[in-house]
Ligand binder design. Structure first.
Ligand code: SAH
Length: 215
């Protein structure tokens, strides 16, 4: 069970759920997940006061833990069913990974910063979250060995849509990806047949960049 998760934290979390709901999130399972996950433990304890505000926040290696509303928005677009095989690009703090686990997905996640990869792997297991596989590597390539996926979520701003990710979707599968350089348009691709994708756009968001492989 979560370390140091008090009734005060739980109270703040209920308020955060309310805020996210008022901003338009309707998926009950997503709201339950936000209400359940101790977000303050995903951040440095000296910044605990910020954990239940609806804001992104810096974590290690110049990266950020995404804003709760953004996490909820992307999660809702995925329409996850229990047992779905889901790929996340950008493990980061592991908060989004935890949401996907709470939604009953079999989660695969890739992180390119080794420090974060190691730290988050250990931390998620301490919190009893059990993603199927955490990978240290380049998300642009996806995870061909575990494809195809029911859905893929990219949690960094992609300058373009990586072909590998589209090709690793099942027919009927969904890719949720923020596309753009300085700011991003949240974009959903649904694979309607082997060769055809339907595209929908959902307004502007801001993410740290999806970076090309260092090696
Ligand atoms: N899902 C995270 C969001 C972290 S921010 C959370 O909830 O906290 C985006 C993350 O994407 C960063 O950790 C960054 O290191 C990672 N990232 C950037 N480019 C990447 C790439 N090419 N492959 C894998 N991860 C990448």
């Amino acid at each position: 069970m979560p370390m140091n998760d008090t009734t005060r934290h739980q109270g703040k979390r209920r308020q955060l759920v309310q805020v996210v709901k008022e901003k338009g999130i309707t998926d009950q399972n997503v709201l339950l997940a936000i209400g359940k996950i101790p977000r303050h433990l995903f951040m440095d304890s000296s910044f605990e006061d910020h954990a239940y505000q609806d804001k992104a926040f810096p974590i290690a290696a110049d990266q950020t833990i995404s804003q709760p509303y953004t996490v909820a928005f992307q999660s809702q677009l995925l329409q996850i069913k229990k047992g779905d095989q889901v790929l996340e690009i950008g493990t980061g703090s592991g908060y989004q990974t935890a949401v996907l686990c709470e939604l009953g997905a079999r989660v695969y996640s890739i992180e390119r910063q080794q420090e974060l990869y190691k730290k988050t792997k250990l931390f998620l297991s301490k919190l009893n979250y059990r993603p199927k596989f955490l990978s240290f590597g380049d998300g642009y390539k996806g995870l061909p060995a575990y494809a195809p996926f029911d859905s893929i979520i990219v949690t960094a701003g992609a300058p373009f849509v990586p072909k590998a990710l589209l090709s690793q979707l099942k027919v009927g599968g969904r890719l949720v990806i923020p596309v753009g350089e300085n700011s991003q348009i949240m974009t959903l691709f649904i694979r309607v047949s082997t060769s055809k994708f339907e595209k929908k756009e959902f307004g502007e968001f801001r993410f740290v960049p999806l970076l090309e492989d260092k090696n």
